[in-house]
Design a protein around this ligand. Structure first.
Ligand code: NDP
Length: 447
């Protein structure tokens, strides 16, 4: 009988028991642990030193009050989070999410995923994540600014270029990073560019950072398809979401010759069989911050409504909106429409049973921690530029992003083969990310 420290089921049960009600965190842990059996066979020392149990426990979790006043003078209190998950490979690194659904569970699952994703980039980055249960929708610029300033008034003491470096995530873009950075600078009286990434180009940001996650998803999908003898050129593609990741995934797919026929937002699905006009989507979402319904009003070929996005026939699906948005019903629909590849732009957008169905059917499946790692990798490039007081051209930075994504794909592919799961990018990503963090932790003694 397996000793408890060697038994992954016991380890998982213990995580569930110690983190009651945290279903997203449990799901993320289960998905990684599900790949680690062959690693423990090869490295029993990881089991003996309880590295898995240690990795499942965040190094530090900060929860704090964020009081702020709206434009009418009414006082609101939100809850802020920063989970500093693992610093074996570098300072904690991961975005901040502003969304009313954010609870500790959300931030822990994202921080856990981020640890392995950051390891896969090959850059010196630990894993962390943060956010607040704040809804920026329908709020004025002044209100969002006051919220950001209040959040940073607590958060700043936990940050630092060598300690913890947040970035954006859902609801947090360059505008919010600007207000957060401005308040950090004001409190500390230090111009520490490397303390936040996703900055504006005039004040320490990197070209390609805005595009990086979406571009990276398309590059990863292209690499998976090429490894099986095809490519995005001529493929029909659907992309969920219409935010930062989705918009630039669409842009790259279009550059690579794919036809994107549908995308979505929280209000519905936009279907345009003639091909999504990205300029109109960008105007709706990046400038006017409005619903995609406006797109359908001005383009007679398009429709916008409640029909599920995954019913639109496609060769390639890129879920780029939010967690658990693609379930087994959607996966069945994709399979019956002949979908050949799925790459996750969002974090954990596919439910475990959807992933199982897709893998069983032989669909090429790129898990988020590999496929969407281009954003954080380019954040590391931003940190490199800040440290050397330099700024690189778009072409140079994009070339580096391309190299990083190709290498992540190759690492996942080769690791899956090495551990007896050829073609399974989930196993490849989990094992490659885990072993890198585990080896570093083992070198540091009992930490
Ligand atoms: P944004 O806030 O920019 O965009 C999110 C988009 O998803 C919005 O268009 C939103 O609609 C839409 N959306 C939200 N919920 C749903 C839903 N249930 N159904 C359909 N659409 C929905 O976020 P990002 O693009 O930055 O992030 C998206 C995902 O990618 C998240 O999981 C994030 O963690 C992950 N990610 C982001 C990275 C980054 O660099 N930004 C890096 C790596 C991962 P609406 O416009 O109506 O609000």
């Amino acid at each position: 009988m397996a000793r408890p420290e060697f038994d992954l089921t016991t380890i998982y049960d213990d995580v569930v028991r110690r983190n009651p009600g945290e279903v997203d965190f449990a799901q993320a842990v289960r998905e990684v642990l599900g790949s680690l059996g062959p690693v423990l066979n090869k490295h029993p020392e990881f089991a003996r030193s309880k590295i898995i149990q240690r990795i499942c426990e965040p190094e530090r979790q900060v929860i704090f009050r964020i009081p702020w006043q709206d434009d009418t003078g009414e006082i609101h209190i939100n809850r802020g989070f920063r989970v500093e998950f693992n610093s074996a490979l570098g300072p904690y690194k991961g975005g901040l999410r502003f969304h009313p659904s954010v609870v500790l569970d959300t931030v822990k699952f994202l921080g856990f995923e981020q640890t392995f994703k950051n390891a896969l980039t090959g850059m010196p980055l630990g894993g962390g994540k943060g956010g607040a249960d704040f809804d920026p929708k329908e709020r004025s610029d002044d209100e969002v600014m006051r919220f950001c300033q209040s959040m940073m008034t607590e958060l700043y003491r936990h940050l630092g270029e060598y300690t913890d470096v947040p970035a954006g995530d859902m609801g947090v873009g360059t505008r919010e990073i600007g207000w957060l950075f401005g308040q950090y600078k004001r409190i500390t009286n230090r111009y520490e560019s490397g303390v936040l990434t996703g900055k504006g180009l005039d004040w320490g940001g990197s070209l390609v950072r805005k595009e990086a996650t979406g571009y990276g998803v398309a590059i990863f999908a292209e690499e998976m398809l090429r490894a099986s003898g095809t490519g995005l050129d001529g493929a029909t593609v659907v992309v969920s979401g219409a935010g930062n990741v989705a918009i630039y995934a669409i842009e790259k797919v279009q550059q690579m010759g794919g036809l994107v026929v549908a995308c979505s937002d929280s209000g519905g699905t936009l279907h345009d069989p003639s091909g999504i006009d990205l300029d109109v989507v960008k105007r709706c979402k990046e400038v006017e911050r409005t619903s995609l319904a406006a797109y359908a009003h001005e383009r007679p070929t398009a429709s916008y409504g409640p029909a599920p996005l995954w019913e639109v026939p496609c060769d390639v699906a890129l879920p780029c909106a939010t967690q658990n948005e693609l379930d087994h019903v959607a996966a069945k629909q994709l399979l019956s429409n002949g979908c050949r590849a799925v790459a996750e732009g969002a974090n954990m957008p596919c439910t475990p049973d959807a992933v199982a169905l897709l893998l069983e059917a032989g669909v090429l499946f790129g898990p988020g921690k590999a496929a969407n790692a281009g954003g954080v990798a380019t954040s590391a490039l931003e940190m490199q530029q800040n440290a050397s007081r330099d700024s690189w051209t778009f072409a140079h930075t994009e070339e580096k992003l391309d190299e990083i994504m190709v290498t992540i794909h190759r690492t996942c592919h080769e690791t899956a083969e090495e551990y007896g799961s050829a073609g399974n990018y989930v196993a490849g990503a989990n094992i490659a990310g885990f072993t890198k963090v585990a080896h570093a932790m083992a070198s540091f003694g009992l930490i």
